[in-house]
Design a protein around this ligand. Structure first.
Ligand SMILES: [Zn+2]
Length: 102
C-alpha cells in the first residue's frame, strides 16, 4: 500500500469529514488562510471602543455609528457618514426608478 492520494482515499476522507462535520484542508492552505486573515484589517477584532466601517476601510469610534437595536452588535454596519451616503444613494435610485419612467 502506498500513501499516495487516490480518488478512493479522497472519497473516504470526504465521507469522514462529512461524518465529523469538519472540513479537512491541507496544512499549507490552512496556514495561508490564517496568514491572509492576519493581514486583513477588516477580519481583525476592532480595537476597544471602535468598530469597523467597510466603506471607510478603517475602524472608527463607536460614537461615529448610529444605534441599531435590531442588530446583534447594537449599531449600524456603517459609520454615520457612510450610512447617510448609502441612504441618500438608495433614495436617489428610488426617485430615478419612480420618476424616470419617461
Ligand atoms: Zn465609513
Amino acid at each position: 500500500m502506498s500513501d499516495e492520494l487516490t480518488t478512493e482515499t479522497l472519497a473516504t476522507l470526504r465521507e469522514q469529514a462529512i461524518a465529523n462535520r469538519k472540513i479537512v484542508v491541507p496544512r499549507e492552505l490552512a496556514l495561508a488562510l490564517v496568514e491572509l486573515a492576519e493581514r486583513s484589517p477588516e477580519l481583525q477584532p476592532p480595537p476597544r471602543g471602535k468598530r469597523w466601517c467597510p466603506d471607510c476601510g478603517a475602524a472608527r469610534p463607536c460614537s461615529d455609528f448610529y444605534r441599531a437595536r435590531h442588530r446583534a452588535s447594537g449599531v449600524q454596519g456603517y459609520c454615520k457618514q457612510h450610512m447617510n451616503e448609502r441612504t441618500e444613494r438608495s433614495r436617489a435610485w428610488r426617485r430615478a426608478a419612480e420618476g424616470g419612467g419617461r
